[in-house]
Design a binder for this molecule. Structure first.
Ligand code: PLP
Length: 329
C-alpha cells in the first residue's frame, strides 16, 4: 500500500434522507464526504492524504497547485498545507487576473491559510502544467523543495483516495449499514476525473456498486472518458491489484451552461433538497450532479435500484454565489 497521511475524519456516514428519497421515489442513500473534515472538508482531502504523503516523503516545503478561482481543491490544499507547515502556491483561473479576487468563499479561506495566490487568465490556464513546472523550477533554484499537484489532485496517486473510500463503504456494508447490500449505482459530480477513476476502480474491487455514474460539470462526455481512463491506468500502475473498473457512465446532461454556472432549475432543486433533507448542495458540483440524479429518477431510470449519492462537499462555492439564488428564494 502507498503511504498515506491521516488528514480526515473517517469513515464518513452513509445516511438515508427519508423525505427526499420519497419525493424522488428512489431508494436513496448519501455518503457524506462533505463531512470528511472541518473547513478543509470535501472529496479533495481523500486525494491529498496520498499526494501530501508523497510530498512529505520527498521532503517538500512548498506545494503548488491550480484550479478555478473558487476551487475547493485549492482551498483544501491551502488549509492542509498550513496544518503541515508547508507553503502553498495556487494558480487560480479568472476572467480578469488584474482585478483583486473578492474575499469570499474559497478565496477567503485560501487567504486566511496564507496561500500565495497567482491569478491567471483562462488562456494562460490551458498551459497550467508548464506554469506550475516553471514556478517549481524557480523555487528549486532558490533552494526550496516544491511538490506539484495537478488540477483537482486528479492523478493516479490522488485517485487512490477514492479507491480507499470504496473500501470504507465495503466495511460499512459489512457492518449491515445502509441495508448491507451493494448499491446498483453511485452518482457523483465529475470535475477533473480523479474521483470518478478511484470510485470506478474501488467500486469493482470491493463490490460496492455495479455502476458509477459520473455527472460532468464542465467538459463533455468524450473528453472526460479520455481523462478518466488515463487516471485509471496510472492508478493501476501504482496498485496492480486493482482490476477492471465498475461500469462507468459519464453523463454530461447536467453540466449546465458552463463551469461554475448553474441553471435556474438546478438552483431550484438545490433549494428543494435543502428543504426536504437539510443537505446543502453547491451550484458548481453537487447541485448539478444531484439534479442529474433527479432527472434520471423522473425518467424512471432509477426505479427499483439502490442508489448512493456521493456528496463531495463544496459549501464555500455556494457561499460565494449567494446572489445567484435571489430569484429562487
Ligand atoms: C472537485 C470536486 C468534485 C469533482 O471531483 P473530481 O475528482 O475533480 O472530478 C466534486 N464535488 C466537489 C464539491 C468538488 O470540489
Amino acid at each position: 500500500m502507498r503511504k498515506r497521511l491521516a488528514l480526515s475524519h473517517l469513515p464518513t456516514p452513509i445516511q438515508r434522507p427519508q423525505r427526499l428519497a420519497e419525493a424522488l421515489g428512489v431508494d436513496l442513500y448519501v455518503k457524506r464526504d462533505d463531512m470528511t473534515a472541518g473547513a478543509e472538508a470535501g472529496n479533495k482531502i481523500r486525494k491529498l492524504e496520498y499526494l501530501l504523503a508523497a510530498a512529505r516523503e520527498e521532503g517538500a516545503g512548498c506545494v503548488i497547485t491550480c484550479g478555478g478561482l473558487q476551487s475547493n481543491h485549492a482551498r483544501a490544499t491551502a488549509l492542509v498545507s498550513a496544518s503541515l507547515g508547508l507553503r502553498s502556491v495556487l494558480f487560480l483561473r479568472t476572467s480578469d487576473p488584474s482585478a483583486a479576487a473578492p474575499l469570499e468563499g474559497n478565496v477567503l479561506l485560501d487567504r486566511l491559510a496564507g496561500a500565495e495566490i497567482r491569478l491567471i487568465s483562462p488562456e494562460a490556464y490551458r498551459d497550467r502544467g508548464a506554469l506550475m513546472a516553471e514556478a517549481a523550477a524557480e523555487i528549486r533554484a532558490a533552494g526550496g523543495r516544491p511538490y506539484v499537484i495537478p488540477e483537482g489532485g486528479s492523478n493516479g496517486l490522488g485517485a487512490l483516495g477514492y479507491v480507499r473510500a470504496m473500501e470504507e463503504i465495503r466495511k460499512q456494508l459489512d457492518l449491515g449499514l445502509a441495508g448491507g447490500k451493494p448499491f446498483d449505482v453511485i452518482v457523483h459530480a465529475c470535475g477533473s476525473g480523479g474521483t470518478a477513476a478511484g470510485t470506478a476502480l474501488g467500486a469493482a474491487r470491493y463490490e460496492v456498486a455495479g455502476e458509477v455514474r459520473s455527472m460532468a460539470v464542465c467538459e463533455d462526455r468524450a473528453t472526460f472518458a479520455r481523462i478518466v481512463v488515463g487516471i485509471m491506468d496510472d492508478a493501476r500502475a501504482l496498485e496492480p491489484r486493482l482490476g477492471s473498473p465498475a461500469h462507468l457512465v459519464i453523463d454530461d446532461s447536467a453540466k449546465g451552461p458552463a463551469y461554475g454556472v448553474s441553471t435556474p432549475e438546478q438552483r431550484a432543486r438545490i433549494l428543494q433538497v435543502a428543504r426536504l433533507s437539510g443537505l446543502v448542495l453547491d451550484p458548481v458540483y453537487t447541485g448539478k450532479a444531484f439534479s442529474g440524479l433527479w432527472d434520471l429518477a423522473e425518467r424512471g431510470e432509477l426505479s427499483g435500484k439502490r442508489v448512493l449519492f456521493l456528496h463531495t462537499g463544496g459549501l464555500p462555492g455556494l457561499l460565494a454565489q449567494g446572489a445567484t439564488f435571489a430569484d429562487a428564494l
